[in-house]
Design a protein around this ligand. Sequence first.
Ligand code: HPA
Length: 281
Amino acid sequence: MRDSASIEISVQRLLDRFGAAPEVAVVLGSGWAGAAQQLLDARQVDYRELPAFEATSVQGHVSALTVGRIGGQQVVTLGGRKHTYETGDCAGMSGALRSLQSWGVKVLLQTNAAGSLHRNMPAGSLMLITDHINAPQRSPLVGEEGNARFVDMGRAYDPELLAHTRALAKSRQVKLFEGTYLWALGPQFETPAEIRMFAAWGADAVGMSTVPETIVARHVGLRVLGLSLITNLGAGMSEESLTHSATLQQAQQSGAFAAEFLGALVASLAELASLQNPPLV
Ligand code: HPA
């Protein structure tokens, strides 16, 4: 539910259970669940206790929120993401994200599994999302009122966080691709013709999530960063046929590398001055 009463109850429960909000929230997409194991002092709450958080039916996702820390950075992770293809509603993550923002979260770090549109960005690659294409042209903001709904998407993925992540990858000698993520509604995979069209549009990777959440996050002023774990080449680019279990299997193979980078990234945010509360004067 995303009505204001559900959000208020959820925020109150988060405050009662965990106190002040961490600055950073992470949505763990397919293949990224292993990152939760890096959380120290982890405490978990099931989405059933948070009325604004909608449970997901997707295998490999866990409908629970966990608070802990990685290094010196407090973080809240969402194990499950509601996808538009589950119900047709593209605002399934809206209540959860609005609750996190009113609790006090500042940064939304999104992760997902995606298909690559480049042969030289094979399965197992990590791609930093620099921009996105909302191919279904659906918006979780339909029905919102006032001028705030006309959200500027010119720099949807936070320039400072992008630069910080690039520098981290360089210092750890991690090969980090960059590109535009295209949201396909799913749940069916794409046809080879669609993949050719998406590549011609300028997309670099394709997946079934993330874009609606980025839109909601920007509407409420969360800073957004996104990472895709490439699990396959797009339809028609290889001999393999695409299945969710093959996607999960590939994600598991490279998941440890992805989770390690994500952990290092979260920990490194503790050094980002713009994230810390301004000093008292
Ligand atoms: N298409 C859409 N979503 C995906 C893919 C893909 O090829 N791989 C992982 N998620």
